[in-house]
Design a protein around this ligand. Sequence first.
Ligand SMILES: [Zn+2]
Length: 299
Amino acid sequence: MTALLLILAGFVPVVGSAPELEYGAVPEFSDYASGIPVVTYHHITNIQSKYSATPYRLRSDLQQFYDAGFFLILPSDIEDGLRRVPMNRRPLMITFDDGWEDNFRYTDSEEHLDPDCAVAIVNSFIEEHPDFGRGVVFFISWDKVPFGNNTEEKLNAVLDMGHCIGNHSADHLSFTRLPPSRYWEQIIPALNSFHRKLGLRTSQINVVAYPGGQIPRNSGAESTLAAMEYDGRPAVLQGYLVDGAVGNFRRLYETQGNEYRISRIDMALYSVPSLLGWSNIMVKSEARPNLHDDLPWRP
Ligand SMILES: [Zn+2]
């Protein structure tokens, strides 16, 4: 009866809603949701394909995510305990895979971005909505010329704009077909290619999205990735799948190796309204009384 009244009052009870927590208490995993949706796009174009979204669709998705209370995070925010996320906002990471020209295109000169390319759409939305956070991730593979042309200038511009660049391998070979002992053949040469364009800024490239979207379980893949070094630093701090799931912040910290299995959702397959129905995305956090406090389970 109470539930019915709540529903009538416009209150939809969600299974697993956040309990009242005293600061410092560790929430029960089972009844506490801390989902981090990471969505991915590929082509942004009006040409329809299996891996494309139109510029109109991207603008509309950004608006819907914003209206639903999301706040843009970058991989570094996961390392940092999501401290930048205001307490009345939910984290969301937006990624673009492959580095197609429609992700970053100039019109006539290098002074004017094509307003329909991904980076221009994101930049103008962020400018108009400064409380949306700032920054998305471009995962670049080197099986083609990244961003089509002017790669050095564009990669640097992406970093200047406050976005993140991730490693999407040298040849875009599916990691499901490579034994973990050979992952380095795809990760290290890609970093060498980044280094030729970005020099010292290559140190900022420390997350990988696996071509093919998966790595095998129980194969030692995670420890292989954790041990890989480039220029005296870890080559891979985080690894991103495409599995249509929502990563869980606590599980990420509490289970070793899970930072190499961060879930992503391919937006060619889902709409924002469908995602908003997933309870592990929309359950609201009450665990942090103040924006500047650490999350209770931060290591
Ligand atoms: Zn790809």
